[in-house]
Design a protein around this ligand. Sequence first.
Ligand SMILES: Nc1ncnc2c1ncn2[C@@H]1O[C@H](COP(=O)(O)OP(=O)(O)O)[C@@H](O)[C@H]1O
Ligand SMILES: [Mg+2]
Length: 259
Amino acid sequence: MISGPTGCGKTSVIEQILARLHRPAQSYTCGASTEFMDLVGQWVMVAGDMVWMDGCLTTAMRHGHVLILNEIDLVDPAELANLNAVLEDAPLVITHNGGEIVKPHADFRFIATCNGNGNGGDGIYVGVQRQNLAFMDRFNVIKTNYLNPDIELDILKKVTPKIPNTIAKRMIELANKVRSIFIGEGDDDNIELSVTFSTRTLIRWAVLTQRNKGAGCPLSYALDRALLNRCAEKEEVEAIRSLAIGLFGDSFNPAENEN
Ligand SMILES: Nc1ncnc2c1ncn2[C@@H]1O[C@H](COP(=O)(O)OP(=O)(O)O)[C@@H](O)[C@H]1O
Ligand SMILES: [Mg+2]
């Protein structure tokens, strides 16, 4: 299980490692309505006949793929408890398919990603559920966090080569300030943020900045679209903008983009 904040690269690191190892994988993103049977399979109509179709778990167990289940802590713990046997190398019994028994292939592996640590979260991530202790007990848990600034700089250099290094460095600095405030570790205790600055958001900000170089202030225009327009309160927008002005100077001018 890989646990860490949203958009820090949990899913991509697994997918990239597996790609380099030439290991086939099934990647499935869970939600609050995910049920165990969604993973196992279903009967579907094909040319007038009912045909059984394996879900990602069954496919992975049968053919020796790696199953990556994303955002696992959004799922109802009672549904996940159905995985307990499978997580201990037991075969999968598909009652809906005449009691078929699927023995786990020797190469079958199971990796989960989540934002919390199975304890129901601290209110930061909406919808995170407290998971069943017996389920959590079956995992090796790796904690992750956002990448080091120098690695994020390498990423920005690759995706937006036209943005000068000095600017990219400040963009990453802003991202890290927002991340600290989001988890309640900022310098200013009075402000609470409803959004954070994932690597995904950082990349989006950079790409939009590079693409909208004709805007009055591309950095500010792009930041609105990448992050600020998602803020719940006006005060958050103002707080993040004033951090940006502190880093980029008066050239960071939202007014130039109005209209
Ligand atoms: N090491 C990295 N190099 C390049 N891009 C990365 C790296 N880590 C994460 N990203 C990018 O950051 C974004 C978020 O990654 P993702 O794996 O979806 O995060 P998570 O699963 O933690 O929510 C993706 O757009 C991904 O391409
Ligand atoms: Mg993910």
